[in-house]
Design a protein around this ligand. Structure first.
Ligand SMILES: NC(=O)c1ccc[n+]([C@@H]2O[C@H](COP(=O)([O-])OP(=O)(O)OC[C@H]3O[C@@H](n4cnc5c(N)ncnc54)[C@H](OP(=O)(O)O)[C@@H]3O)[C@@H](O)[C@H]2O)c1
Length: 338
């Protein structure tokens, strides 16, 4: 099987390449050559996918491909460039979309692939527009398409998120035993997937006729509350048990809406998605990595690459906790039992 990845050295795509190796695929990656390469024996094509004429010329000079996997298509103009480059020139085109296409406001969990897509974010809206372009091309017989919708995916090469978003200080806050803010009552539900597990799903959908014209959520099996997520992350990296401070999301947004945009658009909602359809059509997809081990590997990579930022560099969380503690104490003094 002759496979091209657009991207290839990123967080999820490194897992895909690893799983494709186990299938004995002939692998080519197209990227700018700027990101750490942990891929082993693959063929490299170098270029910028956003230089559409050059990208499309380079693609016309290669292939045809059994499978093309685009990991870094975020906008309709990039999807249109893909269609010019690959329609009629690949047996299957796999588009990496996102669960943010659903919009996260659904009240029934888990979210199925049939749930209407009403994205809240520009990111989600653009991914929906790309999905629709690709599915129209599929329906018109121009290019067989498969869509993957990952949720939170973590692993070496990425970072460790927290309930407020992607703060690079989170790991250091845990290590230092500083309080951790969790929105609401900490009971919001979350589901993470390890990058190499996700890679297996993509790699075994490649060349799989059942997957043509289909969209799949690709998520882990475990569902946790944000409180559990935070405690388990701390325990996994031998940090002290954290003091969890529950603050209303509306309060955080009133304080600094741009800073907490990810909370507004994603993390304040339950993020729980069904992976049953994927397991039915791609039986090789069986998430195997225990969270604690996955997070240890991720943090070890972050330590090696010095991507963990000191908690001292960002006093906001400590200042908010101090303000909240003071407000709570004064309110209890006024309204509490005398
Ligand atoms: N991680 C998550 O939690 C999550 C959740 C939902 C969806 N997703 C989706 O997953 C995808 C990201 O996957 P990933 O983690 O494998 O990728 P990634 O970490 O975003 O890696 C980017 C890859 O693309 C290459 N690249 C970046 N810009 C480029 C450009 N202009 N031209 C050519 N190559 C370029 C990078 O190499 P160079 O820097 O060397 O060019 C690298 O190989 C996205 O589509 C995202 O929407 C991720």
């Amino acid at each position: 099987m002759n496979v091209l990845l657009i991207g290839g050295t990123g967080l999820i795509s490194t897992g895909i390449v690893k799983a494709l190796h186990t299938r004995g695929a002939a692998i080519t990656v197209f990227n700018r050559g700027q990101t750490d390469d942990r891929l082993g024996a693959v063929r490299h094509l170098t270029g910028d996918r956003n230089d559409f004429p050059a990208f499309e010329r380079a693609m016309a000079a290669t292939g045809p491909w059994d499978v093309v996997i685009d990991m870094i298509c975020f906008r309709p103009d990039q999807a249109e460039s893909d269609l010019r480059a690959f329609a009629g020139r690949c047996g299957q085109f796999i588009f990496c979309s996102t669960v943010c296409t659903y919009g996260n406001t659904q009240t029934i969990v888990p979210t199925l692939e049939t749930t209407p897509q009403t994205p809240l974010s520009a990111y989600g809206r653009d991914k929906v527009a790309c999905e629709q372009l690709f599915l129209r091309a599929h329906a018109a017989g121009k290019m067989p398409v498969t869509i993957f919708r990952p949720s939170h995916t973590y692993g070496p090469g990425g970072n460790v998120i927290n309930n407020l978003g992607w703060e690079p200080t989170f790991v250091d806050r845990l290590r230092q035993g500083r309080p951790i803010i969790v929105s609401g009552d900490g009971h919001g539900l979350w589901q993470s997937a390890y990058s190499e597990d996700v890679g297996v799903g993509f790699a075994y959908a490649a060349g799989n006729a059942k997957c043509l014209g289909e969209a799949y959520n690709i998520v882990g099996d475990e569902i946790v509350t944000w409180d559990d997520y935070t405690r388990r992350t701390a325990a996994a990296i031998d940090a002290p048990a954290p003091r969890l401070v529950h603050l209303p999301t509306d309060f955080l947004l009133a304080v600094d809406r741009p800073r907490y945009l990810a909370l507004e658009e994603i993390f304040r909602f339950h993020g729980v998605y069904s992976n049953e359809k994927l397991k039915r059509d791609v039986p090789e997809y069986r998430p195997a990595m225990p969270y604690e081990e996955g997070v240890r590997r991720t943090v070890a990579w972050m330590d090696r690459h010095q991507t963990i930022v000191s908690a001292d560099s960002d006093p906001m969380e400590d200042r908010l906790v101090a303000a909240w503690d003071k407000f709570s104490a004064e309110t209890v003094k006024v309204f509490g039992p005398k």
